[in-house]
Design a binder for this molecule. Structure first.
Ligand SMILES: C[S@@+](CC[C@H](N)C(=O)[O-])C[C@H]1O[C@@H](n2cnc3c(N)ncnc32)[C@H](O)[C@@H]1O
Length: 215
């Protein structure tokens, strides 16, 4: 059964307001009205926009709200691919966030339609908490990252606020999952990832890791 949150992602009206209205409010909501997540998001966008020849994959890209930043600095054969399974989101992505080096693909994050070691940077932002079986998505992200490639995730995390019974009930009803503090880190480490770093901001976490050069 699809959750309420997942049904919203497939709704054409919601996909139209997602980038400009929903996501900025939601980002701030993660730091409980403070600016921590919004500040981190700005820094992440600047980091993604750095110059270089990279192949970037954005898993569950929604309306492509990172494609402009993640493709702007690309040089040489660098390119950005966004993948999502919502047709409504991808329609918005193509309309609002096209680009010379940008491509969008419809597909399921559990079965990324790319060979092993295809990307330098693999993102999954604000999406893992919607996916009923999210840890195998991390496995797929690591699989398609090249040795030494980076993985960047933004999702929920258990904190004192997120642990309150009301918060758990709300998360359960909406279908949003709240990850344990070490859940993603343990999975990435079990896959051999290195430099696994977590930054917690309110009820959100940013995780950065690298696929090892040799395994
Ligand atoms: C909240 S949006 C996030 C969009 C964007 N990454 C961002 O940071 O704002 C979550 C996206 O995940 C997509 N999604 C959920 N489950 C998915 C799956 N199994 N495979 C691919 N996309 C999925 C939804 O369609 C939706 O577009």
């Amino acid at each position: 059964m699809t959750s309420f949150a997942q049904r919203m992602m497939g709704n054409p009206a919601f996909s139209q307001i997602y980038e400009q209205l929903w996501r900025p409010v939601f980002t701030r909501g993660f730091s409980l009205g403070g600016s921590e997540t919004a500040d981190y998001d700005r820094a992440l966008r600047a980091y993604l926009a750095r110059p270089g020849q990279r192949r970037v994959l954005d898993v569950a890209c929604g309306p492509g709200n990172y494609s402009d930043d993640a493709s702007r600095g690309l040089t040489g054969d660098g390119g950005y691919v966004g993948i999502d399974f919502s047709e409504a989101m991808l329609t918005q992505a193509q309309l609002r966030n096209p680009g010379e080096r940008v491509a969008y693909v419809r597909g399921d994050a559990h079965h990324l339609p790319f060979p092993d070691c295809s990307f330098d940077t693999v993102l999954c932002l604000a999406a893992l908490y919607l996916i009923p079986d999210p840890l195998p998505v991390l496995d797929e992200m690591v699989r398609v990252a090249r040795p030494g490639g980076e993985l960047i995730v933004f999702t929920s995390v258990r904190s004192s606020v997120a642990s309150l019974p009301g918060a758990a009930a709300l998360a359960g009803l909406s279908g949003l999952r709240i990850f344990g503090r070490r859940e993603l880190l343990d999975r990435l480490e079990s896959l051999g990832c290195e430099h696994v770093e977590q930054t917690v901001a309110g009820v959100g976490q940013y995780v950065h890791a690298r696929r090892p050069l040799a395994q």
